[in-house]
Write a new protein. Structure first.
Length: 406
């Protein structure tokens, strides 16, 4: 089922962060001499900017990435999650964050005579992240694409003031920062937007252990996630399952929030990417479930510790669900090889109707070799199905009941 740019925009609008909590405090390093009121208004302005930006993208769906996106099918992609080729089909979702990051990071906030973000043209050539900008950067972007993206940003409320860099219908024929000494970024729609632009750039760069900043575009820039601003010392960025549940249908969202509460009350923590593990354990041996959500899917890979019991979830699951698990294990011919993981295989056993089957704990979304060198593909279940949600809760309860030492 083919979808257009507006389909993806609708998804991202649902993921925009809620308003700033009253008790949220920005670390001193990121205040830039601004008052608390100015900071709050800046973050709120960025939030409204995102909504308008997605609306403008959707309005231009027949112009922006129209050719590359004409075959986009979020339900038919090879990965099955609808996101594998967004960068290829709709690169605007990567080009726009790259521009926002570049301007925000290199810009300096000024409040007099009015609020603006001042960016030196020469500074935009200073690399922020060598890994990301080796492949993607404002400078590497083609001239026509820059004009297209900057025009879109002006429609969403940004104004670029300098002699050779006009906005709207008067855009120059090229956006060349090598020919620009200084550009001042303002907004007539909301004068605090330059503040938000600066703060969101601070938020994405105040993170520890990132491989490349591009990996954080979706979580921070495209959602306006301000949480990293409270950290005086950079920490590893973590997604919040409750935020991402907002993009799911109401009944699925309610189930996810209920399960998150159940797991939290039973001492489970999110080890990253909505992978819940028991206290004092790791993903390999302590995983209770992994919830995967994206633009066209919501699915779950449940833990496997209870399967080693002779009375396990497979005994009470509907036949088609139990057989899905067993078929996945049989497809590996009870032999997990070859395996390219440095730590090797981590096998588990499942009892079903008197038979014993073998699987690998690293399969499915937890192993980069799954589906490549590894012959065990794992299994997962679609949470859009009401019966599946009922049975998955039961499965999770049985996983929680398994002794941590077993």
């Amino acid at each position: 089922m083919k979808k257009d740019l507006s389909f993806v925009c609708d998804y991202w609008k649902k993921l925009v962060m809620p308003p700033l909590p009253e008790n949220f405090v920005v670390a001193p390093h990121f205040t830039h001499g601004l008052t608390d009121d100015e900071i709050r208004k800046g973050i709120a302005a960025y939030r409204e900017f995102l909504y308008l930006l997605y609306d403008k993208l959707a309005e231009n769906k027949d112009k922006i990435d129209a050719e590359s996106g004409r075959t986009y099918d979020p339900y038919g992609e090879l990965s099955g999650d609808g996101t594998a080729r967004i960068k290829k089909r709709f690169p605007a979702f990567f080009d726009l964050p790259m521009i926002i990051l570049t301007l925000g990071y290199h810009g300096k906030i000024e409040t007099h005579p009015d609020i603006r973000l001042t960016v030196r043209g020469a500074d935009t050539f200073i690399v922020i992240d060598p890994v990301t900008e080796k492949y993607q950067s404002l400078i590497r972007m083609k001239s026509e694409r820059k004009i297209e993206m900057f025009r879109l940003l002006t429609e969403a409320g940004l104004e670029f003031k300098c002699a050779d860099f006009k906005t709207g219908a008067d855009f120059s024929k090229e956006v060349d920062f090598s020919k620009i000494e200084t550009v001042h970024i303002k907004s007539a729609k909301n004068k605090y937007l330059p503040v938000g632009l600066k703060l969101i750039a601070d938020a994405i760069t105040n993170n520890k252990y990132y491989i490349k900043l591009e990996n954080l575009f979706g979580g921070i820039i495209l959602r306006g996630d301000f949480k990293p601003l409270q950290n005086a010392v950079a920490k590893k960025y973590k997604l919040n399952v409750r935020d991402y549940a907002n993009a799911q249908p109401p009944e699925v969202k309610e189930w996810i929030l209920d399960i998150d509460t159940l797991l939290s009350e039973n001492g489970c923590t999110d080890a990253g990417s909505f992978t819940y593990v028991k206290r004092n354990t790791g993903i390999t041996y302590g995983m209770v479930c992994l919830i995967y959500m994206n633009v066209s899917v919501c699915r779950i890979a449940p833990g496997v510790n209870n399967l080693a019991k002779e009375n396990n979830i497979l005994d009470i699951l509907p036949n088609d669900m139990a057989e899905k698990v067993i078929n996945a294990m049989q497809s590996a011919e009870c032999e997990i090889a070859p395996c390219l993981r440095k730590t090797g295989n981590a096998l588990y056993y499942a009892y079903y109707k008197g038979e014993k089957y073998t699987g690998c704990r690293h399969a499915e979304s937890r192993c980069q070799f799954s589906g490549k060198s590894c012959r065990f593909k794992g299994f997962n279940f679609d949470l859009y199905e009401p019966d599946t949600r009922k049975w998955m809760r039961k499965w999770i309860e049985m996983e929680l009941a398994v002794s941590e030492n077993s």
